[in-house]
Design a protein around this ligand. Structure first.
Ligand code: RP5
Length: 167
């Protein structure tokens, strides 16, 4: 059953947003991926946000660039947690426009905002949310973090044993 909805303002966001889908699938979470534009398809955005919970979605990840209203508008329409991914798009000045549009939400309508182009972290965060009530996914997230630790320790040992100039 699909548990995470990944939406983006344009197909041009997909090269960034696919990272969320890939890590979620790796962590054992089924996703759906589509384009929903706040500005170009506002009715579609409304229908998506309003129907997501009843369709069994638990978390929505929304990515957009420039004047990035999609995550905040979706959050205003659903009780589900919404994770926002600021995308450095072709119409973005330098990424800050998207970051601030998604981050600076008014009181009462939070969007959990990740770093610029941080779709992978959005996926991990969504999996952590699912993992708080789904033991299998929770264990997958714990194992993923344990793997990260092992990799860092092994790189530290590699540098220490060879000397930093020989790595
Ligand atoms: C935003 O405008 C989209 O999320 C995308 O990041 C950006 C540019 O869209 P395109 O002109 O490439 O379709 O709404």
């Amino acid at each position: 059953m699909v548990q995470v909805g990944i939406i983006m303002g344009s197909q041009s966001d997909l090269p960034i947003m696919k990272d969320a889908a890939e890590i979620l699938e790796e962590l054992g979470v089924e996703v759906e991926v589509t384009v929903v534009s706040a500005h170009r398809t506002p009715e579609r955005m409304y229908d998506y946000a309003k129907s997501a919970k009843d369709r069994g979605i638990k978390v929505i990840i929304a990515g957009a660039g420039g004047a990035a209203h999609l995550p905040g508008m979706v959050a205003s329409l659903t009780p589900l947690p919404v994770i926002g991914v600021p995308v450095k798009s072709s119409n973005s000045i330098d990424g800050w426009d998207s970051i601030l549009s998604i981050l600076q939400m008014p009181g009462g309508i939070p969007v959990a905002t990740v770093a610029l182009n941080g779709a992978k972290n959005a996926g991990i965060l969504a999996a952590s949310m699912i993992g708080s009530f789904d033991e299998t996914v929770g264990n997958n997230v714990a194992n993923y973090k344990e793997d990260l630790k092992t990799k860092v320790i092994s790189s530290a040992e590699n540098i220490e044993s060879k000397g930093y100039k020989n790595v």
